[in-house]
Design a binder for this molecule. Structure first.
Ligand SMILES: [Zn+2]
Length: 210
């Protein structure tokens, strides 16, 4: 195991439109088998393959960042690169915000499945979703050490401590991910934060934070 420099995108192999599966798998074989994120609880997976240009390599199932907390009970399947970013975000920012604002630890992060072969917002005419490359994760809520659940669906907005906590987590996410969409983005995101590391702009430095 060796550490991955924070903020550097790990190599991820997206399938090009029209690239045949054997060609893509041949390229995927060239990637390192292990996903080097120091201390993280994860399982390396064989390349995830779907129709069209869906696919993820190297792929992992992420269960927790280093230290084992917070756990991800849905064990999302995502790219190794996204797993690195999420591990840092959950272990550092999320933990610090929960301690400062709620005087609690976060024991679980509630998420979607990560990889899903689909187009943006389920529209077949739209571009392929970052979920279809394993580069996105939907976060629906958090379980605290007291057992309290804070969810985007129930706690976003208003004046509560939980609402302020969610707002702070959303803002902090914008420092790590190139796309962060929450309830203020549109109705599709009323009950979760969408986090991804998709490329926006010519040199992939533009960020979307809504
Ligand atoms: Zn999403």
């Amino acid at each position: 195991m060796h550490a991955v420099p924070i903020g550097l995108p790990l190599q991820v192999l997206a399938r090009s439109p029209g690239e045949t599966l054997p060609d893509w798998l041949a390229r995927a074989q060239l990637l390192p088998e292990a996903c080097p994120i120091e201390g993280a609880f994860l399982t390396s997976l064989p390349p995830l393959v779907g129709e069209g240009s869906c696919g993820v390599a190297p792929a992992v199932r992420l269960e927790a960042p280093a230290g084992g907390k917070p756990g991800l009970p849905s064990r999302p399947e995502i790219s190794c690169g996204l797993a690195g970013l999420l591990s840092t975000f959950f272990r550092q920012d999320l933990r610090e915000i929960a301690r400062r604002m709620l005087d609690e630890d976060v024991t679980e992060v509630l998420t979607g499945p990560g990889y899903v072969c689909r187009h943006r917002n389920g529209n077949p005419e739209a571009k392929i979703s970052e979920h279809a490359k394993g580069e996105a994760l939907d976060v629906t809520g958090f379980v605290l050490s007291s057992g309290v659940r804070v969810t985007v669906a129930d706690d976003w907005g208003g004046e509560s401590r939980e609402a302020a906590f969610l707002k702070a987590v959303h803002s902090a996410a914008c420092g790590h991910f190139t796309t962060v969409l929450g309830p203020e983005a549109d109705a599709d995101h009323a009950d979760h934060f969408h986090l991804d590391r998709g490329c926006h702009g010519r040199d992939c430095t533009y960020r979307i934070c809504q």
